[in-house]
Design a protein around this ligand. Structure first.
Ligand code: ADP
Ligand code: ZN
Ligand code: ZN
Length: 721
C-alpha cells in the first residue's frame, strides 16, 4: 500500500511513499518521510493501492507520528480549497494552517495550559497598595480566568502575579476540559434588544441553513450585543463558534465582555502573542470540542472545530484579515467558504462595509441587517470640512482648527488628532541644495525620529544617524520636512502646555502592555489630547472625546490605489465613531484642499452608506473589483532586468480569452530593501476564467528557467495594488 502525502515544499504536487508492512497509516495522520537527504514531517492525504512512482525510486515512510488523524477529511477539504483558490502549493498551505508544534512533529496532546483566577478571598477585591496588583485583581474579576500570556500581553509581570499568589488572592490551575455541551448554558444579565437589534437576531436565528449576514451599524449601535445574543442559540445547541477580530481589537474589554456574558462557557483566545504550546492547546481544544468559543485574529480561521455552529467577523472591512505574505488568504473570505460548506450562519459586522461585501449584500447574496441608531446616545456627529486653500497653517493645523481644539479643552472634553504618519517628519531636507534623506535600499525617504535622533526607513527598517551636515553640499541647514505624529505631539504640548497629551502609534506602543496602559489612562481621564495614527481609529472606546481632527484627508483622495478613497472613507467614519460617545454630539474636522470633492461631500453630508453605494457605481463604470476579479503576480530581484524579462515572458503573444493583462509595471515602491519590484495585473470579469488562467500560469512558471532567479508570488484578490 502507498500513502500520498503533502510536504512543506514550494511545489504544486504531492508525493507517494510506501507504507511499511507493520504500520497502520490513516488519512489526516502525520508521518515522517525521507526527502532529499532530510527527514520531513508530512500529512497523509490518501491511501492507494498503486503508484506511478517506479519501484527503484519509491521510498518508505520512516515513522508514523499519529495514531489518530490530526486533520479530519472535512478540514483537509477546506485546506485543499484554500490552496487551490489562492494558487498556493497544497503542502505549504497545510503547514501554514497547522500550529508550529504540529509542524515540527510534536505530540498533539503534549501540553497543558495553566490559568489564574481569584480565590474566595480575592473575590472580595481588597484594596491593595500596589496599583498594578490592584489592576490585576480587577482584570481577573472581569475575565474570570486568564492565562499567563494573556496577563503578560496586558502588561502584568510574573512578580505581580506571584505577589498575589503569595497573598492567596489568586490561584493557578490547569485548564481542564469540561463537558460544556451537556451543561445548561449560563447567561449573565443582558440588555433588552432594541427593535433593530431584535430584528437582526431573529433573522439570524431563523436561518438553520447557511446564510451570510452583513450587519451594518455605526460604532456603538449594538453590533456586539447582536453577536452575543445570536451566539446563545449556537452555544445552547452545543455547537462551537469563532469570532474573528482584527489584531488591535483584541483589547481586554471585548474578550471580557464575552467571558462575562457566558461565565461557564470555555472561551479561548488566538493571537500572535501566544506561545507555541498555547497555540497547540487551543488548536487541540477546538478539535476535541472542549472550547466553545474562540476569539481570534486572522489565522484562527484555520482552527479545526469539531462542531462549528457560526462564524462572526467583527470589523469585516479591516485590512488585517488579509495575509500579505506566503499564503495570501483573506480570513473573511475563507470564513464565507467554511460557513457555506457547512451550512452555518456567518455574520459580518462593521460600520463601514468593504465594497466587496456591500456589493454581495446589495445583489442579494448576503442578507443586509442594519442598525441605524446608537444604542446609548441618539446624537449625530457633525462633520466640518476645513478648506485649507490659501490658509496659513501651524504644524499642519489651520487657525480655525486650533480654535476648535482650544474650545473643546475648555469644556473639559477630549480631543483626538489623527495623522497617518508616525515619526517626527517623513524626511529631512537640505535648505541649500534640496538633498532629501532617501533610504539607500528603497525608493522612499527615511523618516526622521527626533526622540531617537535617527533616520528610520519604514519600509526596510534600516536605521542611520542624522548627519550633522548635508552629505551633498556640506550645509548645516538640514531641517525636517513634512509632519509626523511625534512632531504634532511636540507642537501641541507647547501650544497647550498644561494639557496632558498621549500619543498612540507603533513607536509608543511597541512594549507589551503599553497600548493597554495608554488606553486605560485615556479612559480614566488622564490625557486630554490624543494624537495618533490609524491605530487610534480601531475599536477602542473613549468616553470623553468630542472633537476629532483629521489632518491628511487629501492623501486618500488622489492615489494610484483604486481602494484609497474607500479606505479613507472607512478611516474617517471609524475615527468619527470615536467622538460623541459621552452623550454630547461629536465634531469631526476634516482639513482638505478639496472641500468640493464629490466623494468627500457625499461622505460628510450623507454618511458612509451613501458614499459606499456611490463609490460602487464608480467601480462598476471602471470595471474594477467587485465588478471584475483581480490577481497580481509580483516579482523582485536585485537585478531589475531579470525581473522585467521574467514578467514580460509571462505575457502571451495572443491574448487569452476573457483575461486582461497589464504590465509588467513597477510596483508602487519600485525598489525596496535593495530589490527591484515589478508586477503583472491579471483581471477577468469571470472568476472561473481568472482561476483557470492562473492555474495554467502556475504550471508554466514552475517550468520557467528564470523562476528560481527572481522572488515571485501570486496574490489573488489583492488588497494593495
Ligand atoms: P458596537 O459593537 O456596535 O460598537 P455595542 O454592542 O458595543 O456596539 O454597544 C454599545 C454600547 O451600548 C455598549 O455599552 C452596550 O452594552 C450598549 N448596548 C448595546 N445594546 C443595548 C441595548 N439593547 N440596550 C442597552 N444598551 C445596549
Ligand atoms: Zn545640501
Ligand atoms: Zn528602506
Amino acid at each position: 500500500m502507498f500513502a500520498e502525502v503533502a510536504i512543506k515544499v514550494p511545489l504544486f504536487r504531492t508525493f507517494d511513499y510506501a507504507i511499511p508492512e507493520h504500520c497502520t497509516v490513516t488519512v489526516g495522520c502525520r508521518v515522517k518521510v525521507p526527502f532529499g537527504n532530510r527527514k520531513l514531517v508530512a500529512v497523509v492525504l490518501a491511501i492507494k493501492s498503486h503508484t506511478e512512482v517506479p519501484e527503484n525510486k519509491l521510498k518508505k515512510i520512516v515513522q508514523v507520528l499519529d495514531s489518530s488523524p490530526i486533520l479530519s477529511p472535512e478540514h483537509i477539504k477546506f485546506l485543499r480549497f484554500t490552496a487551490q483558490y489562492y494558487a498556493h502549493p497544497l503542502g505549504e498551505t497545510l503547514f501554514t494552517a497547522l500550529p508550529a508544534a504540529l509542524r515540527e512533529g510534536e505530540h498533539p496532546d503534549k501540553t497543558t495550559v495553566a490559568t489564574f483566577s481569584l480565590t474566595q478571598k480575592g473575590k472580595q477585591l481588597p484594596t491593595l497598595r500596589a496599583k498594578k496588583q490592584q489592576a490585576l485583581l480587577k482584570q481577573l474579576s472581569e475575565s474570570g480566568e486568564s492565562s499567563l500570556t494573556e496577563l503578560k500581553a496586558l502588561g502584568f509581570s510574573k512578580q505581580q502575579i506571584n505577589a498575589l499568589l503569595d497573598k492567596q488572592l489568586i490561584k493557578e490551575q490547569i485548564k481542564h476540559d469540561i463537558q460544556w455541551q451537556s451543561q445548561v448554558l449560563n447567561i449573565a444579565s443582558k440588555p433588552k434588544l432594541n427593535e433593530e437589534q431584535a430584528t437582526a437576531c431573529s433573522a439570524i436565528n431563523q436561518q438553520a441553513d447557511f446564510r451570510c449576514f452583513l450587519l451594518e451599524g455605526v460604532t456603538g449601535s449594538g453590533k456586539t450585543e447582536v453577536y452575543l445574543q445570536s451566539l446563545e442559540r449556537v452555544l445552547h445547541n452545543g455547537l462551537q463558534a469563532l469570532v474573528l477580530v482584527p489584531e488591535i481589537g483584541l483589547t481586554p474589554q471585548t474578550v471580557n465582555r464575552f467571558r462575562r456574558r457566558f461565565p461557564d462557557t470555555p472561551i479561548d483566545l488566538w493571537h500572535s502573542n501566544l506561545t507555541d504550546n498555547e497555540r497547540l492547546h487551543t488548536w487541540r481544544r477546538s478539535e476535541k470540542g472542549s472550547c466553545a468559543l474562540v476569539i481570534g485574529t486572522r489565522s484562527s480561521i484555520f482552527l479545526p472545530f469539531k462542531n462549528l455552529g457560526m462564524i462572526i467577523v467583527d470589523e469585516e472591512h479591516d485590512g488585517s484579515f488579509k495575509q500579505q505574505e506566503g499564503l495570501r488568504y483573506h480570513a473573511r473570505d475563507l470564513a464565507a467558504y467554511r460557513c457555506a460548506n457547512q451550512e452555518k450562519p456567518l455574520i459580518l459586522g462593521t460600520a463601514t462595509p468593504a465594497l466587496e461585501t456591500l456589493h454581495k449584500a446589495i445583489s442579494g447574496k448576503y442578507q443586509l441587517l442594519t442598525l441605524s441608531q446608537r444604542a446609548q446616545t441618539t446624537t449625530d456627529n457633525q462633520f466640518l470640512l476645513v478648506d485649507m486653500k490659501g490658509q496659513s497653517e501651524q504644524f499642519g493645523f489651520s487657525a480655525n482648527t486650533l480654535k476648535h481644539i482650544e474650545a473643546t479643552l475648555k469644556r473639559a472634553k477630549q480631543v483626538m488628532v489623527f495623522l497617518n504618519r508616525r515619526g517626527y517628519a517623513p524626511t529631512l531636507l537640505c535648505h541649500e541644495c534640496g538633498w532629501l534623506s532617501q533610504c539607500n535600499h528603497c525608493s522612499a525617504s527615511s523618516t526622521y525620529h527626533k526622540a531617537m535622533s535617527r533616520l528610520v526607513c519604514h519600509h526596510c527598517g534600516q536605521q542611520s544617524f542624522v548627519p550633522p551636515q548635508c552629505p551633498d553640499c556640506g550645509s548645516t541647514q538640514i531641517m525636517p520636512a513634512g509632519l509626523g505624529t511625534e512632531q504634532l505631539e511636540s507642537f501641541l504640548s507647547e501650544r497647550f502646555p498644561d494639557t496632558p497629551i498621549s500619543r498612540i502609534d507603533r513607536d509608543t506602543t511597541r512594549k507589551k502592555g503599553a497600548l493597554e496602559d495608554a488606553l486605560a489612562d485615556i479612559n480614566q481621564g488622564g490625557a486630554r489630547i490624543l494624537v495618533g495614527t490609524q491605530m487610534l481609529a480601531k475599536g477602542h472606546h473613549f468616553a470623553d472625546v468630542s472633537l476629532v481632527v483629521i489632518l491628511d484627508v487629501d492623501s486618500g483622495l488622489y492615489s494610484s490605489d483604486f481602494r484609497a478613497t474607500e479606505h479613507m472613507a472607512q478611516l474617517i467614519t471609524q475615527v468619527a465613531g470615536r467622538a460623541g460617545r459621552s452623550g454630547e454630539a461629536g465634531r469631526v474636522l476634516l482639513q482638505t484642499h478639496f472641500p468640493e470633492h464629490p466623494l468627500l461631500q457625499d461622505l460628510v453630508n450623507n454618511g458612509y452608506q451613501d458614499f459606499a453605494r456611490y463609490a460602487l457605481k464608480e467601480r462598476e463604470e471602471a470595471l474594477l473589483p467587485p465588478y471584475s476579479h483581480l490577481a497580481i503576480l509580483r516579482a523582485q530581484a536585485t537585478n531589475a532586468q531579470l525581473v522585467f524579462d521574467f514578467l514580460t515572458d509571462l505575457v502571451p503573444a495572443t491574448p487569452y480569452c476573457g483575461i486582461q493583462l497589464l504590465g509588467p509595471i513597477p510596483a508602487p515602491m519600485e525598489r525596496m530593501a535593495g530589490k527591484y519590484r515589478y508586477q503583472l495585473h491579471i483581471q477577468a470579469s469571470e472568476r472561473v476564467v481568472l482561476h483557470n488562467y492562473i492555474a495554467q500560469l502556475m504550471a508554466y512558471i514552475s517550468e520557467h528557467k528564470l523562476a528560481n532567479r527572481v522572488r515571485w508570488s501570486i496574490d489573488i484578490d489583492p488588497m494593495d495594488t
